[in-house]
Design a binder for this molecule. Structure first.
Ligand SMILES: Nc1nc2c([nH]c(=O)n2[C@H]2C[C@H](O)[C@@H](COP(=O)(O)OP(=O)(O)OP(=O)(O)O)O2)c(=O)[nH]1
Length: 144
């Protein structure tokens, strides 16, 4: 059997609170490690643990990495290969009322809320580019 480990990433939007709203800003996180990924931007998240639901893993990772209380909204269709055995899956997500603002507690040295016009101004990890594109397409479709 092929071992396949899911990495979950959050397309975390701010805005009017309906989650992933078009026109809201998307949170991008700059990795501080490992050296080959440091300085590149990603969707915050991490590895799903054995027996864990991916959406629950994402909420846990956002708490650990950013210090926030968040909820997932919708799975972004698709799956993107990372370095084997990892694959990336993405959910749209939003902060819960009363959550702290995201802070770069672990794995990241800078966070940036990107307005729609600024999404492509950061140096996303190559494998994140199609994932970010799909996440934006999903929220734009939802806004129509
Ligand atoms: N979190 C995240 N990881 C990504 C993305 N794109 C991408 O290639 N990766 C890679 C980087 C890492 O090799 C792997 C995820 O590892 P991680 O370091 O974020 O996961 P984790 O918090 O569970 O880490 P750890 O327990 O191993 O310390 O996937 C992305 O958008 N988000």
């Amino acid at each position: 059997m092929t071992t396949r480990i899911v990495v979950v990433g959050a397309a975390l939007f701010d805005g009017d609170g309906n989650g992933g709203s078009a026109g809201g800003r998307l949170l991008a996180a700059r990795r501080s490690a490992p050296p080959e990924l440091a300085g590149r931007w990603e969707l915050p998240g991490g590895k799903v643990e054995p027996g864990e639901r991916p959406d629950a893993a994402l909420v846990r990772e956002l708490r650990e990495e950013l210090g926030v209380d968040a909820e997932t909204v919708e799975r972004v269709p698709g799956e993107w290969p990372l370095k084997p055995p990892y694959v990336l899956q993405v959910w749209t997500a939003r902060l819960l009322p009363g959550s702290a603002e995201p802070a770069p507690l672990e794995d990241h040295d800078e966070l940036r809320w990107l307005a729609p016009a600024d999404i492509w101004t950061v140096d996303w990890l190559d494998q994140d580019v199609p994932a970010v594109r799909e996440a934006l397409a999903l929220v734009e479709a939802g806004a129509r």
